[in-house]
Design a protein. Structure first.
Length: 177
């Protein structure tokens, strides 16, 4: 295998052809299949074996941390650090802490979701070898691409090229690293 090769890429005319090609690639044994399309293709995530994201878990944890931090901050300032008897209410008057606690839970969840999404997607990524593929700029307009990267354990340069040719794409080309 060439050290200057990222993988092989096949270009398809329709989203259905890309979906069928991705399913066949997974059935063939490829586990690191990458698909690129100008718009969402229904079922492509399952076809390429896209893992479930943990962004909802990040958002839940961010909400819990935000709520706990907001409540603790209010409790500490009202009960421990600077206790003031206002209108005879108890120092730990939890109902008055609820609005700020709720808002900080929402803020924490939103920030954790945004940063979790960026982390899960490997962003910001300023360079990816796929951008060097021939005609890849068409992926944002009207072409669909399926890439078999070299780091896939099932990848073999000649067998993978023959497999991609058997899918009847418009073209098959190498992606330089």
């Amino acid at each position: 295998m060439s050290a200057t090769l990222y993988g092989l890429i096949a270009e398809f005319r329709t989203g259905d052809a890309l979906l069928e090609a991705a399913r066949r690639a997974r059935d063939e044994g490829y586990c690191a299949v990458e698909a690129y399309a100008p718009y969402p293709v229904e079922g492509i995530a399952e076809a390429v074996g896209f893992p479930r994201q943990r962004v909802p878990l990040f958002a839940l944890l961010g909400g819990i941390v935000g709520a706990a931090g907001g409540y603790f901050l209010q409790w500490y300032s009202a009960v421990i650090d600077y206790p003031i008897n206002v209108g005879g209410r108890p120092l730990h008057s939890w109902p008055s802490f609820i609005p700020s606690t709720f808002e900080l839970a929402i803020l924490g969840a939103a920030l954790a979701a945004v940063f979790g999404m960026l982390f899960a997607n490997g962003l910001p990524r300023l360079y990816h070898p796929i951008f060097n593929a021939p005609d890849f700029e068409q992926a944002t307009r009207h072409r669909f691409f399926l890439c078999l990267p070299i780091h896939d354990p099932h990848f073999h340069e000649t067998r993978s090229r023959d497999f991609l040719q058997s899918l009847q794409p418009m073209s098959v080309s190498e992606v330089p690293a």
